[in-house]
Design a protein around this ligand. Sequence first.
Ligand SMILES: [Zn+2]
Length: 145
Amino acid sequence: MYDLNERVSYLQGLLDGLDIADDSKEGKAISVIADILEEVAYVISDLIEAQRQLEEYIDCIDDDLADLEDEVYLGDFVEVECPKCGEPVEIDASLFDDPDAIIICPECSETFSPEDVDWVTCYCELDDDEWDDDDDEWDDDEWDD
Ligand SMILES: [Zn+2]
């Protein structure tokens, strides 16, 4: 990107070289135009710098948000279907190791245990190698209602 301030300075140098009489109408108008251009160039430079700082700041926020999302969402959560109301419910995977765990559905407020979960309709994201090779059949079942 070219430097607007440098180009305005160059223009002012050219105008100085023209030896336009400052007290002529043309001289006054050109002088005012050059001043305005100089001011506009400075304002734009400031805006570009402010924009750059904002972008850096947003990048930082974005990184922090991604870290936070990793903390919150990428813990070992699985999504299962509530056996009472059928709504999808996200559950900490460690609960399934506890036979006495009680899960409260946030949708219907009913309770159920990990044993009540119908794993055929579970659409948790398991690694590919945990599924049979026939992924298409799985996809069909997912939407079969
Ligand atoms: Zn429910």
